[in-house]
Write a new protein. Sequence first.
Length: 144
Amino acid sequence: MAPGQPHAIPLRPEFITPQDGHTKQDCEIAAGKRWLEKNAARYAPLKATLLGDDLYAHQPFCRRTLLHDFSLSLCLQARFPHHALTINVNLLQRPELGLVKARVKVGARFHTTLSLANGVPLAEGDDALKVNWCELTVTDPAAR
């Protein structure tokens, strides 16, 4: 994916497999790092945005991704809160925390709230990577 581009391109996979000379089992982060090393030269010129889940939402991996000239979009699940990011977002007040509310009718009436914030520290400390954060909440008023 890339801003302004109508297409998403599936990229070469990097499988999670035992690596030669390693005694520990392989993991998603190790595979992600290998993928960056093997494929950055090929895909970074496309100005691609890499998509990932909670597992990749930590500062060392995000910095490594940025060093290879990729943008990164991560989907965090509410049931697995990102500790430092959650604390930093909860400290925000208006206008730092933007809110957009709308009623959407799709068969029934739902309320949606989009919360936005720019430059939120991903980790603790002065050298924390600043990220843009958004949260979409959909509620059904009839369910109350």
